[in-house]
Design a protein around this ligand. Structure first.
Ligand code: NIG
Length: 401
């Protein structure tokens, strides 16, 4: 079944070569994008959708979320708005509620969050474990995540549970817990921060997970300067996320990690993933996205949807914030929230081992993940902040909204 989308006001392909095309049309054939070009030259298709001059973007690629949790942390949020600062300790509140939830309840909650994201244009989603924090509950979280997300990350190294010895717990994360989650996950992550995992413990986690064949990511430099970025680059992590507090050396390391990249699937560096909604909700200084881009670092924008620091799955809100407050152009912000997220997940080109097509840009052969705005251009995301602009969403060629 093919579908022609015609009369597109502004087509943001997010390809490396092509940015924005006007008066364009796109043809979908099953799950793939089959044709892109001048609307006047579009081939025939089984069905025709008139975009009515609206803008068409790739679906958002949310490369950092924590959707597998139960419970509520409104009180912690209220305390923060009243002046308290964020600390990793609140993770334990979600851990207790998550452990107490049934499989059914945990799955229902996660699916609801994923559906909320999809309805706002998120067509490719990563999510993490990290609120189980024992062997049984991390494995259960990983299994549930694998049933509902596109990419799953093991985050047993999120917090040392109260009463556990930090070194013994790190051993568990690197051993029995890793073996239990391994069938369900592709990535591993560590929260390298004061109050979470030390650089030495983080190094142990990254090494064990790399040895187990997992791709790596790091929560780094969120609450202060630290070793997160340096460790991520040293281990060839696909991304380091948060990056609020960066030294000149950190920025140089990240930029240097991309120096041998040719734009293809070969040697790649460490993507810096900024999480604007989290920065606002925790009242941290905004991550220096402008400085990173200017230094030549590849950037992703993600929601970090989680109950503690960023309880939103709205990628549009993150893009709006990146434009209005992080000083990115609309093109740069949309690109970081689509193609950048795909790059952070190694999914921006080619076909993966499971036969899945590339995501995050509108290109022939890529998966037909599309987001149509009820606006003539993506500029409206920043120009009309807070207005729900999602008009239509296609995921793998299927109209979801
Ligand atoms: O990415 N920083 C660590 N993890 C989450 C927050 C976890 C929580 O507080 O529940 C984050 O912000």
């Amino acid at each position: 079944m093919s579908e022609l989308i015609t009369n597109i006001g502004e087509l943001m392909t997010q390809n490396l070569e092509v940015g924005t095309v006007h008066n364009a049309a796109v043809v979908l054939d099953g799950e793939r994008i089959a044709w892109i070009g001048d609307g006047a030259k579009a081939p025939a298709a089984d069905t025709v959708t008139d975009a009515g001059g609206r803008a068409l973007l790739p679906g958002w690629v949310d490369s950092h979320s924590h959707l597998i949790f139960a419970g509520d942390r409104t009180a912690e949020f209220e305390a923060r708005m009243a002046g308290e600062s964020y600390s990793a300790g609140g993770i334990a509140v979600s851990m207790n509620a998550t452990r107490a939830a049934s499989d059914y309840e945990l799955t229902r909650l996660a699916l609801g969050r994923a559906a909320e994201a999809l309805s706002q244009g998120t067509t490719y989603l990563e999510t993490k474990t990290g609120y189980g924090l024992d062997v049984e509950n991390e494995a259960r979280s990983a299994r549930i995540a694998a049933s509902m997300a596109d990419e799953v990350t093991y985050l047993g190294a999120h917090l040392v549970p109260a009463g556990s010895d930090p070194e013994d717990y790190t051993d568990l994360v690197c051993g029995q817990m890793l073996r239990a989650v391994r069938p369900y996950v592709k990535w591993a992550d560590v929260f390298c921060e004061t109050g979470a995992f030390t650089p030495a413990q983080s190094r142990r986690v990254l090494q064990a997970c790399a040895d187990a064949g997992l791709g790596l990511r790091v929560h780094g430099n969120q609450l202060g300067r630290g070793a997160g970025v340096a460790l991520a680059v040293e281990f060839g992590a696909a991304s380091v996320d948060h990056v609020n507090y960066l030294s000149d050396d950190d920025v140089a390391l990240l930029a240097g990690s991309w120096s041998a990249w040719d734009g293809g699937a070969g040697t790649r560096g460490t993507v810096a993933t900024v999480l604007p909604a989290c920065d606002l909700s925790t009242r941290q200084p905004l991550a220096p996205a402008r400085r990173l881009l200017d230094a030549g670092v590849q950037l992703a924008i993600a929601s970090n949807c989680n109950p503690g620091t960023s309880y939103t799955s709205s990628m549009a809100y993150c893009v709006t914030t990146a434009v209005l407050q992080m000083h990115l152009s609309v093109q740069e912000a949309v690109r970081a929230a689509t193609w950048g997220g795909a790059l952070a997940l190694g999914r921006e080109t080619g076909v993966d081992l499971d036969g899945r097509r590339a995501v995050g840009s509108i290109a022939v052969g890529h998966r037909a993940d599309l987001h149509m705005l009820n606006a003539p251009s993506a500029t409206h995301l920043a120009y009309r902040p807070g207005i729900p602009l999602t008009h239509a969403v296609w995921r793998a060629g299927l109209r979801e909204r």
